[in-house]
Design a protein around this ligand. Structure first.
Ligand code: IP8
Length: 256
């Protein structure tokens, strides 16, 4: 099985609140279906989650009650996004269902506590793909917090032991600086802890969950001798399909 995260930057336009990239998502769903591989999918929140979460500092937990309407709004928005994603998977012939983490899990000071995963396992067992996504999740210490798609990838990886993990983003992989603003940014086809430390010291991100460096850290935690973990650009048509078929494509591979 291959575990895939569809990042918020490919399924939404992150510069505009609640802008879904329907055609791109439809294409990625087709590429997944055409690969014929057995997959599980998690997705990010993009502009359905980060805009309001940042405005109301939701990742800090409950600091004042003016945040409460924003908690409900973000939960509403990411559920809507997830339904849009599921619709495209159904259209591509992959039976799927959206499973909102905020409705079945809690957190303990930012750490995900997933005590009951029976329904998720049962759905997968009968061939309905459970799709989890970045959400606002109640937190036993902080009141609430942000559970990122990357945390859910680690959960799904522990549960289903995929042979391969793929993060689909809007960049070719890890660079020494932001390639969108710095033409001299160096590309890393492979990343290990040493490389990541040199990159993380200089990075700034807008995401409440930390952007590409946090993603690479999660990737390094999830990769192993027999489990490949890669970041690939999903905005390039056909690239995800080629990767899933085992072909060589530009990407960054996490290495122990
Ligand atoms: O897009 C963030 O999840 P991510 C979730 O996977 C929210 O980082 C609600 C901002």
């Amino acid at each position: 099985m291959i575990l895939i995260k569809l990042g918020g930057s490919v399924i939404t336009d992150k510069s505009e609140y609640r802008k879904f990239q329907r055609e791109q998502v439809a294409r990625l769903c087709r590429e997944i279906a055409d690969s014929g591989r057995n997959v599980m999918v998690v997705h990010g929140a993009g502009s359905y989650g980060h805009v309001i979460a940042k405005r109301y500092s939701l990742s800090r937990g409950l600091v004042d009650f003016s945040q409460i309407p924003a908690v409900a709004q973000v939960q509403y928005d990411v559920r809507e996004l997830s339904s849009l994603v599921v619709r495209e998977f159904l259209g591509a012939g992959i039976p799927s269902v959206s499973v909102p983490p905020g409705s079945c899990f809690v957190m303990e000071d930012g750490r995900l506590v997933a005590e009951d995963t029976e329904a998720i396992r049962a759905l997968a067992h009968i061939g309905v793909m459970p799709i989890l996504f970045g959400d606002v999740v109640m937190d036993r210490r902080k009141g609430f917090g942000i559970c990122s798609g990357d945390q859910l990838m680690e959960l799904m990886s522990d549960m289903f032991r995929p042979e391969r993990i793929v993060f689909v983003s809007d960049i070719d992989g890890l660079y020494s600086a932001d390639p969108k603003t710095d033409a001299g940014a160096e590309f890393y086809p492979e990343v290990d802890r040493g490389i990541l430390e040199s990159v993380s010291s200089g990075s700034t991100v807008d995401d409440v969950t930390g952007g590409v460096v946090n993603k690479m850290e999660a990737m390094l935690r999830m990769c192993s001798e027999d489990r490949d973990c890669v970041l690939v650009n999903g905005t390039v048509p056909g690239r995800l399909l080629s990767l899933l078929r085992g072909e060589d494509v530009p990407c960054t591979r996490a290495r122990l």
